[in-house]
Ligand binder design. Structure first.
Ligand code: GLU
Length: 432
């Protein structure tokens, strides 16, 4: 007898997962690797990975702890929970305690588990990072998108939240706010955060504040919304972005006491799934969150490079006629090529997917289509991760330039060459 399973194995997949593909961020990375293996030139502006090395003291700490082999507590290494609580006390003046903190193998995993244990709808800005919505889909949660536009720098407004909640005020909701933003590179002002906090409090929304790029605010002035809505905010952070350690997979959540019921439920799932996060990495992370002069200096230079590069690319694209918001943090730009619609359509390009594909094929520049961040398929937005350069080399070159001096065009062409060249190519392709 021919088994159905053999003929079409996919039909036995969980209905929520059926038809889904691997995450766009990871897929573009594979495509770039394939291009490189084939000897083709490729500019890697697809995956959002920090170009900078892990700071030396943190690497040293990892080496010194390679022998740590025991399973650690589900919620994390006590010293690390303490170090993270101290970090948020120090940097955000929050009254955090070690018990508020849980550690996971990347904040992405923690987000997934949160969505699994919390029963409310997921509410996210459009555009949002590629994995929030798929995670909700996998666990079968309803998703509501909040409208944003280039005019508001792709940021949500309290009015949007109000409008959504008014129709069904008692409905449980989880909002994910991510700033500095992936994919837009923009961030919220204190007044905007306060206004969002007010609506969130009114509707008793659980707010997951994804602050993974907080330390990469270009002027080092990130403010956590937990200051204005402490009782309803869970802060999400980790080592991936500011510490250049995406592959180490270490994330953390910080809970207020009022949401310990969610923390505890996450602990149950964690204990039945990943058990605990890699021990050596946790020991090294204690050092990272402890901070100090060397790490502050590293961050200062990293921000300086990202600020100069982000601004330069922004100006270049704007001058070429592209719709774009000025970057304030992280390493992303989210341009809209709407002004080039006619030209693009003449090339047979009708969607952001086709736009990204043709750009890659014809210029070697890899970016992600706006569609994977929730934007309409026919909108000509893409995400640029301006990270294709050797961060270690750029950091040591920046050291040689006095701190009060700007990192100019020559610096950027020399030390961030692939990234700047990629944007030149993109502009030539658009305007040519
Ligand atoms: N956050 C990164 C990005 O948006 C990649 C990490 C991931 O998707 O797991 O490109």
């Amino acid at each position: 007898m021919v088994s159905i399973r053999k003929a079409a194995p996919h039909i036995n997949l969980n209905l929520n997962v059926r038809g889904m593909e691997q995450s766009a961020t990871l897929k573009i990375n594979e495509i770039c690797r394939q291009f490189l293996r084939e000897g083709k030139q490729v500019f890697r502006l697809g995956l959002g990975q920090s170009p900078f090395p892990v700071p030396t003291p943190v690497v040293e700490e990892l080496k010194a702890n390679a022998h740590q082999k025991d399973y650690l507590p589900v919620f994390g290494l006590p010293q690390l929970r303490e170090s993270i609580a101290n970090y948020f006390r120090r940097t955000q003046s929050l009254g955090c305690h070690p018990e508020d903190v849980i550690i996971g193998p990347g904040s992405k995993e923690l987000m997934f588990i949160l969505q699994l244990v919390y029963y409310g709808d997921l509410v996210i800005p459009n555009p949002s990072w590629v994995s929030y919505a798929p995670q909700a889909r996998i666990v079968g949660r309803q998703i509501s998108w909040l409208h944003t536009s280039l005019i508001t720098e792709w940021k949500i407004t309290p009015e949007e939240i109000e409008e959504l909640c008014q129709s069904d005020p008692e409905r449980p909701r989880l909002i994910i706010l991510n700033y500095p933003s992936n994919p837009a590179g923009t961030t919220y002002h204190v007044d905007e955060l306060k206004a969002i906090a007010r609506v969130a409090r009114h509707y008793r929304i659980v707010l997951l504040s994804d602050e993974i790029y907080g330390e990469l605010h270009h002027s080092g002035r990130h403010v956590s919304i937990a200051r204005f809505y402490p009782e309803g905010t869970i802060i999400s952070s980790g080592l991936s972005k500011w510490c250049g350690a995406g592959g180490w997979r270490l994330g953390c959540f910080v809970f207020p006491k009022s949401l310990y019921w969610l923390r505890d439920a996450m602990g149950v799932v964690a204990s039945e799934t990943f058990t605990s996060t890699s021990a050596p990495i946790q020991y090294a992370a204690v050092r990272a969150f402890k901070g100090g002069l060397e790490i502050e200096h590293y961050l200062w230079q990293a921000r300086r490079i990202l600020r100069s590069l982000g601004r330069y690319l922004y100006q270049k694209l704007k001058k070429a006629g592209v719709g774009i918001a000025e970057p304030r943090g992280a390493f992303y730009l989210f341009p809209d090529f709407e002004p080039f619609r006619e030209k693009l359509m003449k090339k047979g390009i009708l969607t952001s997917q086709q736009l990204a594909e043709r750009l890659l094929l014809e210029t070697g520049v890899a970016v992600l289509p706006g569609h994977v961040f929730g934007r309409p398929l026919e909108e000509f937005t893409v995400r640029i991760a301006y990270v294709d350069f050797d961060g270690a080399r750029a950091l040591s070159a920046a050291e040689q330039i006095p701190q009060n001096k700007h990192l100019n065009k020559d610096f950027l062409y020399y030390y961030c060459n692939n990234t700047v060249t990629a944007i030149d190519r993109l502009c030539d392709w658009l305007c040519g």
